[in-house]
Ligand binder design. Structure first.
Ligand code: GDP
Ligand code: IMO
Ligand code: MG
Length: 431
């Protein structure tokens, strides 16, 4: 009996979807991505090899599995060809045997990128032309892959054999009772309808988007799983209630690479120690910096420093509601290893009242303050832990408290970027 599992981001994107999709692909027959474009950046780490996927589903490294880019996506021809060629250079053979692109996916054109660059500043978009391309799709003036590949240019020629009726292909896999993994991009709070509008992306990123973005019915989906970090990050503008330090401070920070250049290895480790100490003295900005340093929180697509904050239970509950979650994968738990105290946001204070449900009304969110519950840290390296019961007691308590507050079980815990740094808790939610 096959299973169809949807993977979505449960926060503001970059939760580690790429790592988990790659991990779950081992037991899948087909991986299909249903939304977004090259605004996404999905990282897969296998030993010393780091893959960054922007368009191709994160299952592609597994040989003999079919990967599909669905009609819900927007595709920049130059970028997809670049990604295919990058994989070919690494020795991966890409053909219509392992990659198919929906003829109904829309094409990002130069004019979309120009418009995004000119108008996307307020939102802090990735400037990849995403919004303007979806705008043309909705206005019924867009260009679809099926028509694009009839053109006589080098990208069109390369892509033509890959363009197919992917809805039909997926439904055949469903009929044959295969295991199917549906990969979302971005995160729930960036959803065009349910996110913190207007500070969102331009597609449906939530689980429902898997049906419209691929051409399959809701009755075919068996499990919905959200990936969430053990804390939270956001890149780009818009409210982040548990943010540690101010958005402006983070924006002006140098990346680790720049710091390495100016300070050298020794200077950098001195700076890290200083941040570590200040963080454990309770300095919020340095707590955010410590999350950023430990978690390497710099955008996969744009390199921007990500804004960091404590785990927000209200957002997790909201993600459970709008996605109909069966389970959560908790990633980057290891990033909290250095903290003596860890906070969980359990409610918001809004004009003197206590809110326990998230609202996507930005005007209200902007006036909310976090109410925290403080937990003891574990101050131990957990990156080599293989089983839940081997985790330090305080790390176990942290996970259990989140489960209790959100009422969603955690099925996997991730303790490092590599495929094998993965602890399985509930097999029944997986393939
Ligand atoms: P995605 O967009 O959801 O696929 O996430 P990104 O790839 O943009 O960002 C997640 C980053 O965290 C990547 O650099 C991953 O390699 C890394 N990562 C994933 N899981 C873990 C984890 O459990 N621990 C640590 N330290 N890093 C992780
Ligand atoms: P993955 O799939 C994090 C953010 C941008 C910006 C807003 C709108 O890697 O999780 P857009 O270019 O989509 O019009 O920008 O959405 N954003 C992401 N943030 N991860 C992503 O993808 C994102 N894709 C878009 O930073 O705030
Ligand atoms: Mg990403």
């Amino acid at each position: 009996m096959g299973k169809t599992i949807v993977i979505v981001g449960g926060q503001f994107g970059d939760e580690g979807k790429g790592k988990i999709v790659d991990f779950l692909t081992e037991k899948a027959d087909l991986v299909a991505r249903f939304n977004g474009g090259n605004n996404a950046g999905h990282t897969v780490v296998i030993k010393d090899d780091v893959f960054k996927f922007h368009l191709i589903p994160s299952g592609i490294i597994h040989k003999d599995k079919l990967n599909i880019m669905g009609n819900g996506m927007v595709i920049d021809p130059k970028d997809i060809v670049g990604e295919i060629e990058g994989l070919e250079e690494k020795g991966y053979n890409i053909s219509d045997k392992n990659l198919a692109i929906s003829g109904n996916a829309h094409v990002i054109l130069e004019k979309h990128i120009e418009e995004d660059k000119a108008t996307g500043g307020k939102i802090g978009t990735t400037s990849r032309g995403i919004g303007p391309c979806y705008k043309d799709k909705i206005a019924r003036t867009g260009l679809r892959m099926i028509d694009y590949v009839k053109e006589d240019n080098k990208y069109a020629r390369k892509l033509k054999p890959l363009v197919k009726d992917t809805s039909l292909m997926i439904n055949r896999y469903l009929d044959d009772k295969k295991n199917i993994l549906l990969e979302g991009a971005q995160g729930t709070l960036l959803d065009i309808d349910h996110g913190t509008y207007p500070f969102v992306t331009s597609s449906n990123v939530i689980a429902g988007g898997a049906c419209t973005g691929l051409g399959i019915g809701p009755t075919k989906i068996n499990k919905v799983i959200a990936i969430m970090k053990a804390y939270i990050t956001r890149v780009g503008s818009g409210v982040l209630i548990t943010e540690l330090g101010k958005e402006e401070q983070t924006k002006n920070e140098d990346s680790i690479d720049e710091l390495k250049k100016t300070l050298g290895e020794e200077g950098l480790s001195y700076l890290k120690r200083k941040i570590h100490n200040k963080s454990n003295e309770g300095d919020e900005y340095n707590q955010g910096r410590l999350l950023r340093f430990n978690g390497m929180e710099y955008g996969t697509t744009t390199g921007r420093p990500r804004r960091c904050g404590w785990f927000d239970v209200l957002i997790a509950k909201y993600a459970a509601r709008v996605n109909g979650l069966n389970a959560v994968v908790m990633t980057k738990l290891d990033v909290l290893d250095d903290f003596k105290k860890i906070k969980l946001c359990v409610a918001y204070e809004y004009k003197g009242t206590r809110l326990t449900e998230f609202t996507n009304n930005v005007k209200i969110l902007e006036q909310c303050r976090p109410i925290y519950e403080t937990m003891e840290g574990w101050c131990k390296d957990i990156t080599k832990v293989k089983e839940f019961k081997e985790l330090p007691k305080n790390a176990q308590k942290y996970i259990e408290r989140i489960e209790e507050l959100t009422k969603i079980p955690v099925c996997i815990i991730s303790v490092g970027p590599e495929r094998n740094q993965t602890i399985i808790l509930r097999k029944e939610d997986l393939f």
